[in-house]
Ligand binder design. Sequence first.
Ligand code: NIG
Ligand code: FE
Length: 411
Amino acid sequence: MKLYYNIRKLYTPRGFSARRGAAMGRIEEIHNAAILIRDDGTIEYAGPAEGKPGGLPRMTEIDCRGLVALPGFVDSHTHAVFAGERSLEFTLRAEGRSYQEIAAMGGGIRSSVEHVRAASVEDIVNYSQPFIERALALGTTTMEIKSGYGLSTDSERKLLEAAKLVGERTAMEVVRTYIGAHAVPKDKSQSEYVTEIIEEQLPALHKKAEFCDVFMDEGYFTREETIRICEKAKSLGMKIKLHADELAETSGARTAAELTAFSADHLLKISEDGIRALAASERTIATLLPITALSLRAPFAQARKMIDAGCAVAIATDCNPGSSMSENMQFVVTLGVIGMQMTPAEALTAATLNGAASLDRAATHGSIERNKVADFVLYDIPRLEYLPYHIAVSDVVSVIKRGEIVSGERL
Ligand code: NIG
Ligand code: FE
């Protein structure tokens, strides 16, 4: 057993499923807290120090020196394994070009595809691992990583293998998502490629990823194609996520709810009907990606409206070389508060427990409470609100994954 004590304040959402609507704002605040961790890295006790069970043999005690503890971030939407940077597109957007115009000029997802196809698995791991290590240092302890820059069975496999390897070579817990339907490769027609996904890629790759995602949007994949791909993925035992209503409203949110997807992501252009569908869904989390909106100079998603309608909202980085070159969940929380009118408490729930729910891990991750995995971060801050308030500067002191300090000060 291991005891982290002298935690001045511990803040956590509570529960083993997503929090929706008003419940997102309910964060527990415990003064002078202690966390007792079993040898398997799960939590035996988290609460006031005086309430911890006594008479425990052979215990390592770690003095947290009055720091503040929050759950590790669950970054539930990233494309964080890739090869090649796309800062030129960033400059083109600064000059006024849109994401779609840049894609039509040969930039966008297809330009990353060229880099990935030319790279080996080791090249991709070597390129991506520093991003994952930085995410860990910034307080993310679980990260979803999508494929989608290969667009062929072999290259999608390379990305899924690279994602697995970065999880093995770092302390980050990686959850893998296959998104062959991220764009149509240059040499194929739309319908040929959808057939290839259904008949070749999914049968070959379904065991390498837990989730299947589709970029359902104007200029990418239609509702009908999305349903065909997702039904096949489900028949192979995969769980579903969707990129939905980002560039245009194409009934993505409703489709995600109908497919009982774990999340509908982006939602910049969601309709009233889409909000109603997500609010009524027991399963589908509304995952919002504010750094992407910022990078694309698009209005932020309407988090306030979605929470008030009763949706379960998660927030994530969307870390990718095109539309969101950031692995910083703290900055996502800041944008949740400043750009999307969430309270700091709602933004914390969105970045932890609801992110975990969107990865089917709310029973084990996303909050600091008995029987969950001991993933938490110690900060040198006076209170929770200081985290979004101290814009783009990290006050992380130590990052704890399964009870072990894996980044920052050893204490
Ligand atoms: O989530 N929207 C689709 N996919 C990514 C962008 C990928 C890229 O531009 O490389 C996203 O923003
Ligand atoms: Fe994405």
